[in-house]
Design a protein around this ligand. Sequence first.
Ligand SMILES: [Zn+2]
Length: 322
Amino acid sequence: MRASESFPGWLSVGCRVIIRGVPQRDDVPGPELDIADAVRAARPADGVTVWLLGNAGVLLVDASGRRLAIDPWTSSWLETRSAVNPEPVVRQRPARLASEDLADLVDAVLVTHEHPDHLDPGLAGTLTEAGIPVVLPQGCVPAAEACGYPPSALLPVRAGEDVDVHGFGVLPLPAAHAFAGGGYGHCEEWLDGGGAHRAVGYVLRCGGRVLFHAGDTVMWRGLAERLRSARVDTCLLPINGRDRLREERGLVGNLTARESADLAAACGADVLIPVHFDGVLGNTGSPGEVVDYASASYPQLSVLLPGRTGVHLPPREERSPA
Ligand SMILES: [Zn+2]
């Protein structure tokens, strides 16, 4: 059973993630954070600097000042009731950038898949107006067009095919982000009718580093080996996990905190940056759990949580082939 058969409403416009019976944001303490000024001022001498935008959103700046965002969710579209979003979500924390600042700052946006906490429908007009190209898997082009992107704004990519995006080397890899049937916990690659991927992760080469942003995925056989052969040194992995109740609500699960550390260690990375832990209430995760587990099991792994000034990753010495 595929997700598109189980939850047709969710996927028909690619724009619905529904959580009911969860706390309101007022219940969650914590200051808001806006990183626009810090990003604008940053010009690393080498390597790459990484910020979190909230949920799976990440922003990278390299030494030449090029900026790339992955899965930015900055508009209030998903939190706002409308005819196409009748059951809005509650976000744990606001985005760390306003949509206008995002459009002003970045050279390009990468999207891993069409779920609206990754492909933000409320950003389509802002990014298109600013002329920001959006790189996305071939199979989620129809969903992006349904969100309002003109075809000319989209740069579709295919899993396994390297592309250059404003000086960043980008290699899309498959993501296991569709229900495979067979009961709880079974996921598979998400493909359209023609076999094109609708969900990917990205290996990113920039500033002498090799990063991997997984998008939404669970472990799939061969993933660690693919990352190892790509010489990934820094993993940006979801940690919100999965469980039967969330699956029954139609939420395709992600790596757990432990699995994220297991994958980072298995592929030979030495930096793990947890993402997808502070998005939709009821579907969040715990970076602290990653730290506890990794410090006990993988002391060679640095678990980093970028704040206002981001985290600078210096160029890494070339690793010997795996
Ligand atoms: Zn998703």
